[in-house]
Design a protein around this ligand. Structure first.
Ligand SMILES: [Zn+2]
Length: 402
């Protein structure tokens, strides 16, 4: 009986392994997709440590699902094997552990809440603790301190990462409610996709089940609502919401690009003498990882890296600016198996179509950047930013009767 069992298992494994394309068949990229450049290219000079001084602005950038292999494959595509991306120009690197309260593998809601609130929570939960109590976010404390605030993302702006900085809800999937909370959040600049949850159900492309017109509510509050790149560029209101696609922004021919949205946000927020807190998310590096599509990943890493270039230029010109670039988790278990120098093909392999528990990289530049060097838990990063900005009582949980 035992022998039959082993034989059956062997047969099943054989069938499964034979039906599954090998990694190299499935994932090898053509030269057009992933060319290993023959000349060294750098995106700009390597940045140095800067003298400590009070922090005026914080730009917190999250490459969703971005591990070392995602960044490195983006580097190979963009600047070749000897080149350096903008993300690789920062003087300080750290490593971040990402587990959620209820799982070794985090999702973007729990991952972003660790940064925004400095606490562990369960997967799927947006800026609440495991008991359903709200936690105060860095962005809310920044507003209290007189800083301007901004959220920029290539997903819908109601997606888990931006939502975790400005809203509080027990499920990341309650997009309509998140949009309503976003309207009340008083975040000064909100740019990305996600129009579908801001327009009434009888409007074309709406994904709401009610007749709320949140664009109207936003206009009544004084926001300028922009729906295309040109309108975004020309708008000079203090408060701007730009929604450029029904849900996530397109990956191919994205208009505006993450760099263009980031540039607008920085330009608008930097008029404030008390500084600003801006969160920028390259959301779709994760989506390319879920799909195990390397060309998607490297395209999104480039879009994210272009935005990093904009941010580093601003930070160099405005010395009180702390830049933190990290991820919420790794996606896909992506790894680089080798490269054939003769025909310039890189062999990428994946171990998962979901998130993994592998710790992720962090890069920092600006005053106090060196304090982010080393291994950290993701909650430590939020706490450190709060500490550097002088926000006391952080993390802060609001009890139900608050
Ligand atoms: Zn994901």
């Amino acid at each position: 009986m035992k022998n039959y069992y082993i034989f059956a298992v062997l047969c099943i494994s054989f069938v499964i392994s034979c039906n599954k394309p090998s990694y190299s068949e499935k994932e090898v990229l053509t030269t057009e997709q992933l060319l290993v450049a023959s000349e060294t290219t750098v995106k700009g000079p390597r940045l140095s440590l800067v003298a400590d001084q009070p922090i005026k602005n914080v730009i917190f950038m999250i490459g969703d699902g971005t591990g070392i292999a995602q960044l490195y494959s983006g580097q190979l595509q963009e600047v070749g094997v000897d080149g350096y991306l903008h993300a690789q120009r920062l003087p300080v690197t750290g490593i971040v552990k990402t587990h959620a309260e209820d799982d070794l593998i985090t999702d973007s809601a729990s991952g972003a809440t660790a940064y925004s609130c400095g606490i562990k929570t369960n997967n799927g939960v947006i800026a609440q603790d495991t008991e359903g109590n709200e936690c105060v976010t860095l962005m809310e404390l920044a507003q209290k301190a007189g800083m301007k605030t901004g959220l920029v993302a290539t997903s819908g702006v109601t997606h888990a990462t931006p939502a975790s900085f400005a809203t509080h809800i027990d499920s990341r999937n309650k997009y309509s409610e998140i949009a309503e909370q976003m309207v009340e959040s008083e975040v000064d600049v909100i740019l990305g996709g996600g129009l579908e949850y801001f327009i009434p159900s009888d409007s074309a492309g709406s994904n709401r089940e009610d007749q709320l017109n949140l664009l109207l509510s936003l206009r009544e509050q004084g926001y300028a609502v922009v729906l295309d790149k040109q309108a975004m560029i020309e708008e000079d209101s203090e408060q701007i919401i730009g929604l450029f696609s029904p849900s996530g922004m397109p990956s191919m021919n994205r208009v505006p690009s993450l760099a263009e949205m980031t540039n607008k946000a920085v330009e608008s927020l930097s008029s404030n003498e008390n500084g600003f807190f801006l969160m920028v998310e390259g959301a779709q590096i994760d989506w390319g990882g879920h799909a195990n599509e390397t060309p998607y990943v490297v395209r999104e890493v480039k879009d994210f890296d272009d935005a990093i270039g904009v941010v580093l230029t601003f930070a160099q010109e405005n010395p009180g600016t702390l830049v933190i670039i990290t991820a919420d988790h790794e996606t896909g278990g992506m790894t680089i198996n080798g490269v054939n120098r003769e025909n310039t093909i890189v062999d990428i392999a994946w171990t998962s179509t979901g998130h993994t528990g592998t710790p992720i990289p962090l890069m920092a530049y600006g005053p106090h950047a060196v304090e982010f060097s080393g291994w950290w838990d993701n909650t430590d990063i939020g706490k450190k930013v709060a500490d550097l900005l002088g926000f006391e009582n952080f993390p802060l949980i609001l009890s139900a009767d608050y």
